[in-house]
Design a protein around this ligand. Structure first.
Ligand code: TYD
Length: 137
C-alpha cells in the first residue's frame, strides 16, 4: 500500500474505423470488483480535485476525454502521472494521497472504485494522513 503499488495499466482497445472500443472487467484489468463508478466533468480551468487518501478504497482513474495530472504521495515519495488516453488507467491503492489538477477544457475523469461511497474511509487532512501512516501501514 505504497506508491510502488500504484501504476498505469493499459486497457484493451478494439480499434475500429467506426470508432474505438475499450472495456474493463473486474479482477481482470483491475484487482477488484467494481462497486461504484463516478466521474468528474465540467471542471473549470485551474481547479483541483482530490486532496485526500483512502483507508481501504482502491480505484482505477481514467481520462475518458481530455487530460489531467494525478499527483500521488504515500508520505515518503511523490509521483505525478499525466493521463490523456482513454485506454490507460491509473491504479491507486489505499493509503496514498492524491491530487488531480491541470484539467484540460472538456476533460472527463472516470473513476472505477472498489467500494461504495463512505466518508469514514477518507483521510481529508494531510497532516492527519501522515500521522496515521505508521499505525495503519
Ligand atoms: P470527493 O471525493 O471529495 O471529490 P474529489 O476527491 O473528486 O474532489 O467528493 C466530493 C463530494 O461528493 C463529497 O461531499 C462527497 C460526495 N461524493 C458522494 O456523495 N459520492 C461519491 O461517490 C463521491 C466520489 C463523492
Amino acid at each position: 500500500m505504497s506508491l510502488a503499488d500504484c501504476h498505469i495499466t493499459q486497457l484493451p482497445k478494439i480499434a475500429d474505423p467506426r470508432g474505438n472500443l475499450t472495456f474493463v472487467e473486474g479482477h481482470r484489468h483491475l484487482p477488484f470488483d467494481i462497486k461504484r463508478v463516478y466521474y468528474l466533468y465540467d471542471v473549470p480551468g485551474g481547479a483541483e480535485r482530490g486532496g485526500h487518501a483512502h483507508k481501504e478504497l482502491r480505484e482505477l482513474i481514467i481520462a475518458m476525454s481530455g487530460s489531467f495530472d494525478v499527483l500521488l504521495d504515500d508520505g515518503k515519495e511523490k509521483r505525478s502521472f499525466h493521463l490523456n488516453r482513454s485506454y490507460y488507467g491509473l491504479y491507486v491503492c489505499p493509503l496514498v494521497w492524491r491530487e488531480l489538477n491541470n484539467f484540460s477544457s472538456g476533460s472527463v475523469c472516470l473513476v472505477l472504485a472498489s467500494e461504495l461511497y463512505s466518508e469514514t474511509d477518507y483521510y481529508r487532512d494531510y497532516q492527519q494522513f501522515l500521522t496515521a501512516l505508521p499505525q495503519v501501514r
